[in-house]
Design a protein around this ligand. Structure first.
Ligand code: ATP
Ligand code: MG
Length: 441
């Protein structure tokens, strides 16, 4: 087996070996190049200790000396070079409590999570595949290296990683590995929110975000997203829907492009439906105010999972407005863009489309026509550069001050009124005109 590896990675292997050490590229990059996916990064594993690595290369960064990792900088790229090691328990759920270095590649490969992630490659010696990773790759199987119960006990994050890799690659999880997941999913409680977040985002932004269903079925979501479990258990007795809330969510995620903000929005857009559900005398369900409540719940959930503020604010805003349905005419669309925000509006349109397509066929044509109309109006707003926010209002606070108005909070109110006027009469977005109108008043 011959793999193409970057010349700088090859150079690092060569320098290490010239100096009497062993070195291989390893893990995700080997897996991805065999699968014909472009690896994100090339990790190197070596018998040299971190100090020995640092002696051989001029430019290095101490990325994680305690776990044996030094980043070697070559041109503009960094390569993580890690000493062969054996891991202790992952006590804090973040890093192994203690690591021991070893001179054996086999020991290093044994500590890795799945067979497809436990292969090493050397340009001359070829592929080192001690746990039948190639076979599992061909059979499209995620399988633990060694005993699943033991491996999940050592580090419960691997439980979620199994589902993440299966979603990224479209692989199935091998039976014993799946049994281990079911048995030990409760241990995910002890894993830090940051580590869970990383794997969750990779799962959601994958070609199979609906594999979150497997995470539900095996008891994984129960540990860090029990709100989603409620959704899987909530029916929707309304003609608009043909799935439970949870299945609707899973379908909607598949119907939107693999972007982190969009997938998180779909994941959480109906998260409040189980708590807002009201069944009327005829047995029909209503979910009034689920978007407003959903915004609150999503904020709590995203904070709990330690997402950054930018992601939280975008996702929660999209959730608040996901059910906002302006008429397909210029005036209401201008108001909607102003309300939802210029930056988020195109994303909001994508959210509405995915949401609609994951519903039943009931009134589908009517819903699709409205959304199409709104989309067209939005494009016209852009083409005609119509003003929908203070950013492009022809008058600024400074203009008002030059015109003799005193600085202060009233200035903001005047600008707001001008913007309201311009949202109604886009042709009036002209400085002279707006100032004249103000004088008239
Ligand atoms: P990605 O494309 O997402 O980066 P990856 O396989 O490179 O996938 P990383 O999380 O970057 O995943 O880890 C690199 C390698 O380190 C893995 O391929 C695996 O061999 C090993 N590894 C990472 N995390 C663990 C873990 N929690 N337990 C055991 N081995 C792990
Ligand atoms: Mg990686």
């Amino acid at each position: 087996m011959k793999l193409t590896i970057p010349s700088n990675a090859e150079k690092i292997l060569h320098i290490l070996e010239e100096n009497g050490y062993e070195a291989y590229v390893v893990g995700g990059c080997v897996r991805d190049s065999i699968l014909g996916r472009a690896p994100d990064d090339w990790d190197i594993t070596t018998s040299a200790s971190p100090e020995q690595v640092k002696e051989l290369f001029h430019r290095t960064v101490d990325t994680g000396l305690q776990h044996g990792t030094v980043t070697v900088l070559m041109d503009k790229e960094g390569y993580e070079v890690t000493t062969y090691r054996v891991d202790g328990d992952y006590e804090d759920g973040r890093h192994p409590k203690q690591v021991m270095f070893t001179s054996s590649l086999e020991e290093d490969l044994k500590r890795r999570d799945f067979t497809i992630n436990a292969m090493a490659y050397h340009p001359v010696r070829g592929l080192v595949d001690l746990f039948h990773g190639m076979e599992d790759m061909q059979a499209k199987i995620i399988r633990c290296v060694g005993d699943p119960m033991e491996r999940f006990h050592e580090d419960a994050l691997r439980i979620l990683r199994a589902v993440r890799f299966s979603a990224q690659l479209g692989f199935t999880i091998e039976k014993e590995t799946k049994n281990g997941i079911r048995a030990l999913a409760p241990n995910l409680k002890c894993v830090s929110a940051e580590r869970i977040q990383t794997e969750l985002v990779k799962l959601l932004a994958s070609p199979h975000p609906d594999y979150l269903r497997v995470a539900y079925e095996t008891g994984i979501t129960k540990e860090f997203l029990p709100e989603f479990d409620r959704c899987m258990e909530t029916e929707q007795n309304t003609p608009h829907h043909c799935y439970t809330v949870g299945e609707h969510i899973l379908h909607s995620m598949m119907l939107i492009r693999p972007d982190k903000v969009l997938r998180l929005t779909m994941l959480l857009h109906d998260i409040a439906k189980p708590v807002m559900r009201k069944t009327d005398e005829s047995g029909r369900d209503h979910f009034k105010m689920h978007a407003t409540e959903g915004e609150k719940m999503a904020k709590t959930i995203l904070r709990r999972l330690k997402f950054d503020n930018d992601t939280i604010s975008k996702v929660t805003r999209l959730i608040r407005y996901h059910d906002d349905r302006p008429m397909p005419e210029m005036r209401s669309v201008r108001h909607a863009v102003n309300r939802i925000g210029e930056e988020l509006f195109p994303l909001y349109l994508e959210v509405q489309k995915a949401d609609m397509l994951a519903q039943s066929e009931y009134r589908r044509e009517e819903k699709a026509a409205r959304l199409q109309g709104v989309t067209e109006c939005y494009h016209r707003v852009l083409e005609q550069k119509q003003c929908v926010s203070l950013k492009t209002l022809a008058v600024t606070g400074r203009d008002l001050i030059s015109a003799g108005y005193k600085p202060g909070p009233e200035l903001g109110e005047i600008l707001k009124e001008m913007l309201d006027h311009v949202l109604e009469y886009p042709q009036d977005n002209d400085r002279e005109k707006l100032l004249a109108l103000l004088k008239e008043r």
